[in-house]
Design a protein around this ligand. Structure first.
Ligand code: G6P
Length: 360
């Protein structure tokens, strides 16, 4: 490959650092001459014509889809379902009258997603692919494409493609809302610009996350991440990152679900990382942290300006509440990176995994 690591020890670290630039690139690519969000008119029309969006994806892209559903439902008022590509054909939902299928795929080559596209094309339904590779199979075979503009992603563990997917999904949601005449009450491109600056400040504080990773992940066999609401989707991605590259058995749970089983796994010293970026769950997620701490867990809270408490391990700078995933995932990526590094794992090429899985 002619993509170089430059001064970076790993592609993953380079790609984590590139995220603010990717967000700025996306802002630039999806705005018109008047600094408004502008999408291809065919994509806009497809969003206006549908009565329900079906997001199909795998792995990290599936996690981006969970966040995208919130954007599209909350901003544009269009119902969304998110499906794991490999499960879709067994558990095909009853489709609405005018479905629109949205495939989210960094590579555009994932076989599980491709087979869903083949199936829904047979049924005559329209499709949009959101991908980092515009010439890819999923892009060529779908009706429409939105490009992530993230640049080549080499590390197996996806980082900048995930945040690019979330940013483009936000833009898709905002564009649809605008086309429907819904008043947003915030300036989306300005808020994305703030996100890019905050991402930069986070990637400038790597030592902090390296210290947390050393403290929480050097010895352990397992780890839990907890969150509620939007944060629940991010902790699922956080745990996937940690599993993929450090081989620590990790899970992301909904805070309120702990008491229904998982809390039985908490022992003296079990690491529990909690994320709290949403005002409506700040109180209850902190309650969950107390419950696991009382049972011996070693706890860490990552919160956000405005919701923080003194004992929090790290406080993220403020960003718009809907866009918190774009910044809250950065510490999670860095925690996974440093956990893998200090456990002497092969960060960029973890065992048993492939960057793009072209078999079902
Ligand atoms: C592989 C990669 C994951 C990725 C998933 C989906 O399993 O290792 O990092 O999230 O495929 O890939 P896609 O290219 O469709 O986003």
């Amino acid at each position: 490959t002619d993509i170089e690591k430059g001064t970076y020890p790993h592609f993953m670290l380079k790609e984590i650092d590139e995220q603010p630039f990717v967000i700025r690139k996306i802002i630039q690519k999806y705005q018109d001459d008047h600094d408004n969000i502008k999408l291809d008119s065919e994509v806009r029309q497809a969003m206006l014509d549908t009565d329900r969006v079906y997001i199909i994806a795998a792995g990290t892209s599936y996690h981006a889809g969970l966040v995208g559903k919130q954007f599209i439902e909350k901003l544009a008022n269009v119902p969304v379902e998110v499906h794991i590509a490999s499960e879709f054909s067994y558990n095909m939902p009853l489709l609405s009258e005018k479905p629109l299928f949205v495939f989210i795929s960094q590579s555009g080559e994932t076989a599980d997603s491709r087979s869903v596209l083949v199936r829904i094309k047979e049924l005559g339904h329209p499709s949009l692919t959101i991908t980092n590779v515009p010439g890819s199979t999923l892009s060529r075979e779908a009706n429409y494409t939105l490009h992530l503009h993230a640049g080549p992603e080499i590390a197996v563990a996806s980082t900048k493609a995930y945040t690019a997917q979330i940013a483009v999904l936000a833009i898709l949601a905002v564009d649809t809302a605008q086309a429907k005449g819904i008043d947003l009450s915030f300036d989306p491109l300005q808020e994305l610009g703030i996100v890019a600056s905050v991402m930069e400040s986070l990637t400038d504080q790597k030592e902090e996350f390296e210290e947390i990773a050393k403290e929480f992940f050097s010895e352990t066999r397992n780890a839990f991440y907890i969150g509620r609401g939007m944060d629940y989707f991010i902790v699922q991605e956080a745990s996937l990152k940690l599993k993929e590259i450090s081989y620590i058995q990790a899970e992301g749970f909904a805070g309120g679900e702990l008491k229904h089983g998982t809390i039985a796994l908490i022992e003296e010293g079990t690491p529990v990382i909690a994320l709290s970026t949403q005002a409506n769950v700040n109180y209850s997620i902190r309650g969950n942290v107390q419950e696991v701490a009382a049972r011996g867990a070693k706890t860490c809270i990552i919160s956000i300006e405005g919701l923080e408490q003194e004992s929090d391990t790290f406080v993220l700078p403020h960003v718009h509440e809907l866009l918190t995933p774009l910044v809250s995932v950065v510490p999670m990526q860095l925690l996974a990176y440093y956990a893998a590094l200090h456990r002497e794992c092969d960060v960029d090429k973890p065992r048993n995994l492939a960057k793009s899985v072209t078999v079902e």
